[in-house]
Design a protein around this ligand. Structure first.
Ligand code: SF4
Length: 492
């Protein structure tokens, strides 16, 4: 088993703290993640600084996306009409099972035993590869990073650079083994050439391709995919049948709106001024590209997010991953700690919502709320705001259960709320606390250990002891009308 194969289990098996604890022991993966995110972030900062109207572009992107979400039914219907008119077939999938059923049916209809794929996190979201394999169909990833993930039986840890946690030596060992190339060198050119030769034959032979989509364009019925390797262009043009699986939130009103996103997406995602390959296409055209084109519009938990006014902005995401690269938590743990297809800050808000708050409930807490994600987001999603909103939901849902209601944590919080509501109660609690802490305060004035439910606080940090005098007492003594100022000679 390779190092990367150890992550090959299913998603959502552990809570974030437990998974993060394990990954923090893996110094090689942490080194790989930190190096890669620092490089991408440095490039992103440089190319963003070149644009004097960057903030206006962010604002425009945010407004376009927010507008679409308010009128999603209209734009999706418009997209369907225009796509169908251009010769495409539009399918609606309410959930992962329906999307898998549709795609599997289309592949089987063409008696394909193999399909080529362009990187699509949406297909990871619905577990498409597993479904195809279960029915004897071999999916072949053509994006280099996704190919590495597939060969290593690994899981993506970043949605722009899925194999960011794997280094060059690990890739070489994998290619030597899987492609039967014992003499393969370690230079990037050697690895890219090996992948190119391996994939070229597949582009020319396999008749069905599966893609995602960066943007659905309502006024033309077209799709747009941006990528850096040209594998996408091969998959979009050479096979006879193209099936594109796209989340319903990816629609934009018009072709002109691409002007904003084709500037902000590459700069935010890979630190490039523009993507090397920007493919836009519309329906089918005799003698040019696939003869048959299908779009599967995926809901899979997006509609309830749309209905939540405070969390709706989550759906503005254009999956650039800038928030992952900027996040201090992601830097330390990498993507696998999130146990989710979508990692990092956006994963922390998207994953639990896609699963009706039944999975990934620990993720809204996987943040220091520093706001770095909000600052870099090209569509201005206020991730900290949504994180707090979701934390509130988790607490409310927990309190609604009998176990949650009578948990030590909830009783403690209710007691704290009772004390904080009234100044005299709080003052009394402080007086008791001052006496009670005496047994715990060490010589340096800090508390290094606390009992029971408070122990979590001192597990990773010391707590400053309560001062002898509270601010309220000091104010009453010094500043209240008629109070005599204290003798300050000892502070002179
Ligand atoms: S939340 Fe913003 S920064 Fe993060 S991936 Fe989505 S668009 Fe990019």
């Amino acid at each position: 088993m390779t190092a990367t194969e150890t992550h090959a289990s299913q998603w959502h098996t552990r809570d974030f703290p437990e998974a993060a604890r394990d990954l923090l022991q893996d110094s090689q993966t942490r080194k790989n993640v930190q190096h890669a995110t620092n490089v991408i972030q440095g490039k992103r900062n440089k190319v963003v600084a070149e644009l004097p109207d960057w903030e206006e572009l962010r604002e425009s992107g945010a407004q376009v996306k927010a507008h679409v979400l308010r009128h999603l039914d209209h734009y999706l219907t418009q997209f369907e009409e225009n796509c169908t008119r251009a010769g495409g077939h539009v399918h609606w999938a309410a959930d992962a099972a329906e999307a898998n059923r549709i795609i599997l049916g289309l592949v089987q209809q063409h008696e394909a035993k193999e399909v080529i794929k362009i990187k699509t996190m949406t297909s990871e979201e619905i577990g498409l590869n597993r479904e195809l394999e279960a029915h004897g169909i071999r999916p072949i990833e053509t994006d280099l990073a996704e190919l590495i993930i597939q060969m290593g039986k690994d899981r993506p840890s970043h949605f722009v650079a899925p194999a960011l946690h794997v280094n060059r030596a690990q890739v070489r060992a994998m290619f030597q083994r899987e492609m039967h190339l014992p003499e393969l060198g370690e230079e990037p050119e050697d690895l890219a050439t090996a992948a190119r030769i391996y994939l070229r034959e597949k582009y020319l032979r396999i008749k069905v391709a599966i893609s995602g989509g960066n943007f659905l364009i309502a006024d033309t019925g077209g799709l747009c995919i941006v990528e850096s390797e040209g594998n996408g262009r091969m998959c979009l043009t050479l096979p006879d049948v193209l099936i594109s699986l796209v989340g319903i939130e990816k629609v934009i009103p018009s072709f002109e709106d691409l002007e904003i996103f084709l500037q902000t997406l590459p700069r935010s995602a890979t630190g490039e001024r523009m993507n090397p390959y920007n493919s836009t296409w519309c329906g089918v055209h005799p003698g040019d590209g696939p003869k048959e084109f299908h779009v599967v519009l995926l809901d899979n938990g997006r509609s309830p997010i749309l209905a939540d006014r405070e969390a709706r902005q989550t759906l503005q995401c254009i999956r650039c991953a800038a928030c992952l690269n900027a996040c201090p938590v992601y830097h330390q743990t990498g993507g696998h700690a999130y146990e989710s297809v979508y990692a990092g800050p956006i994963g922390a808000i998207l994953t639990p919502q896609l699963h009706s708050m039944e999975e990934g409930r620990s993720l809204p807490y996987a943040s220091s709320l520093c706001g770095a994600c909000y600052q870099v987001c090209p569509v201005k999603i206020n991730i900290p705001e949504v994180l707090i909103h979701l934390r509130g939901k988790v607490v409310q849902e927990d309190q609604a259960t009998l176990m949650g209601k009578f948990s030590l944590w909830n009783i403690g919080m209710q007691a704290a709320a009772f004390l904080f509501k009234d100044a005299s109660r709080l003052a009394m609690a402080e007086r008791i606390g001052r006496v009670g802490q005496k047994a715990l305060v060490s010589k340096n004035g800090f508390i290094e250990w606390m009992p029971l439910m408070l122990s979590g606080w001192t597990q990773t940090r010391d707590l400053k002891a309560m001062p002898e005098q509270s601010f309220r007492d000091w104010w009453a003594k010094e500043k209240a009308p008629g109070a005599k100022p204290a003798d300050r000679s000892d502070h002179a």
